[in-house]
Design a protein around this ligand. Structure first.
Ligand SMILES: *[C@@H]1O[C@H](CO)[C@@H](O)[C@H](O)[C@H]1NC(C)=O
Length: 229
């Protein structure tokens, strides 16, 4: 009994410290989902992000990469863009730092079609070219801007946005900073029309289109879903 005798006097302070103690939310997922594996086999290791190297083995080169120095090949992409991202594999020193960089190459007239990053806000800096960029917020308001070299533009986290090269012949290059090591990308046209398996009935009803329209759109989007990061 003696042991707990100070409890009544301490109680208000305990309550206050509980109320005002900093409480941290759960860490954000670095992947789309993490389905619980409750089977005994699920004891194998699945991490949210990559495990840390023994600090004694860290080298300066782990914090450096040259992958952004090389232009991506835009020729193979039907919309004329190529995105090079500093993944944790390419830049191990960025693991768990909550950031990545993306080099966006656009051919003349190239377009990064409407897409969203579920885990990151993005700020794009135009290095050279003539870009039209824009995003739509959750009240469907459209924010757009024409960028000159040196201009930067923010795409808020999770919102649908695009980058469009207004020059029909000259290429454009932008570099984007993203506040996740795995921003994720969801291309709107692919999410709607080239999911696996397809969702035809729902789309026909949503857009009031025929089966022929569906197939034409699906065919038009061919090639866009290969080699995306
Ligand atoms: C982007 O460019 C790289 C480097 O040229 C190339 O290996 C890759 O296949 C390209 N990706 C697409 C989707 O065209």
């Amino acid at each position: 009994m003696r042991k707990y005798s100070s409890f009544p006097t301490l109680f208000p302070f305990l309550l206050l410290s509980l109320l005002f103690s900093p409480s941290n939310p759960d860490p954000d997922l670095l992947v789309d989902y993490c389905v619980a594996d409750t089977s005994p086999a699920g004891q194998s290791l699945h991490l949210n992000g990559l495990p840390c190297l023994d600090p004694a083995l860290a080298r300066p080169s782990h914090f450096a990469t040259s992958i952004l120095s090389m232009p991506g090949n835009t020729a193979a992409n039907p919309l004329g863009f190529n995105v090079t991202l500093t993944t944790a594999a390419a830049l191990p020193g960025a693991n768990a730092q909550g950031l990545s960089l993306a080099r966006v190459d656009l051919a003349g007239g190239g377009l990064v079609p409407p897409h969203a990053h579920p885990r990151a806000s993005e700020v794009a800096l135009l290095l050279h070219g003539d870009l039209l960029v824009g995003f739509v917020d959750t009240s469907y308001r459209f924010f757009t801007q024409r960028l000159r070299p040196g201009d930067a533009f923010v795409f808020p986290r999770g919102l649908v946005h695009f980058l469009y090269n207004l020059n029909p012949v000259a290429p454009a290059v932008a570099v984007s900073g993203l506040n996740s090591q795995n921003p994720g990308v969801q291309m709107m046209p692919l999410a709607a029309f080239r999911s696996d398996p397809r969702i035809p009935e729902v789309l026909k009803k949503t857009f009031k289109i025929s089966a022929q329209d569906m197939h034409r759109i699906q065919k038009n989007l061919g090639g866009l879903d290969t080699g995306l990061v």
